[in-house]
Design a protein around this ligand. Structure first.
Ligand SMILES: [Zn+2]
Ligand SMILES: [Zn+2]
Ligand SMILES: [Zn+2]
Length: 300
């Protein structure tokens, strides 16, 4: 007499060999349908309650233990081949790059830390100075940071795609007085000694950001001051062209880029319905392509 096959899960008798082996046990196709899934790596049928992984990936215990890991930061499931290792831990690509960016001397272009305001005033200036010609080099960046950040985080360094072989030094917002007493001269001497130039290049610029609220209390007052600044620039265009040490072509290109940027920013502010306080506006950028000597003189 033939032995009856019984589903180990529901106890039903199995006919027509309609069953699967799950974890070494006979399980009827109904139970498989209802309570089981397939390991996405090895194809084994497993009970839902024995499945590891996440909402997108089902894994048997073996595959989970041997082929997958979890991101130390966000707990995402990551295949070992895709995992990044750092300090004896595994990370997903995104978290790893965040950490690498955080730890590297040269931040990526989009890096924007919480601003630290130095000095006491309504008016703060943030400087972005591009230097070129001696490499996007971490060791160089570190040497510059060591000088600039000796007394706390005052500057950071970012990569900038518009440069051939350089990087961008960015300051946290500081009052004019604070800038004057800050070690800009030492930073620039160091940059020059490392082989960087900011003048006599076709790539570099100096940008200065100003906080919007220093122009007035209300949005209207601020806009009025900004229009006066824009008027000043338009009215003295020829003088500023000389001062900027740019060619007519490059400064026009800059003007076009800035106009687009400002329009985009205003659009963004509108969409975000942001308040004027938290929207420092880039009003006056890249006018000056200073020589190191010249900028030292200006800042001292
Ligand atoms: Zn069953
Ligand atoms: Zn498996
Ligand atoms: Zn992660």
């Amino acid at each position: 007499m033939e032995e009856k096959l019984i589903c180990s899960h529901c106890g039903a008798e199995i006919t027509d060999d309609d069953y699967s082996m799950v974890n070494g046990q006979i399980v009827c196709s109904d139970c498989v349908e209802r309570y089981c899934c397939t390991c996405d790596r090895c194809g084994a049928t497993i009970f839902d309650s024995d499945a590891y992984g996440d909402e997108y990936t089902n894994l048997c215990r073996y595959c989970y233990d041997n082929y997958y890991t979890r991101c130390e930061t966000c707990d995402a499931l990551v295949h070992v081949d895709d995992a990044y290792h750092y300090n004896n831990s595994d990370y997903c690509s995104e978290c790893y790059h965040d950490i690498a960016n955080e730890n590297s001397a040269i931040k990526e272009y989009g890096y924007k830390p919480e601003p630290i305001f130095y000095g006491e005033s309504q008016r703060y200036f943030g400087v972005e100075l591009e230097i070129d010609g001696a490499g996007k080099d971490s060791d160089n960046a570190r040497e510059i940071l060591d000088i600039g950040n000796e007394d706390g985080e005052h500057i950071y360094i970012k990569s900038d795609g518009s440069l051939d072989d350089g990087m961008e030094i960015v300051s946290h917002p500081m009052t004019l007085d604070y800038h004057k007493n800050y070690c800009w001269a030492e930073i620039m001497k160091k940059a020059v000694s490392l082989g960087y130039r900011s003048h006599q290049t076709s790539t570099c610029g100096l940008h200065i950001h100003v906080n919007r609220i220093c122009f007035g209390e209300s949005r209207e007052e601020q806009d009025e001051v900004i229009s006066r600044v824009l008027y000043f620039v338009e009215h003295h265009w020829n003088e500023l062209l000389k001062f900027s040490r740019r060619s007519e072509y490059t400064i026009n290109r800059w003007r076009h880029v800035m106009a687009t940027k400002i329009r985009l920013k205003q659009l963004w502010i509108k969409r975000r319905k942001a308040t004027s306080e938290d929207t420092p506006l880039l009003i006056f950028a890249t006018i000056v392509q200073l020589s190191s000597a010249y900028s030292e003189e200006r800042l001292n």
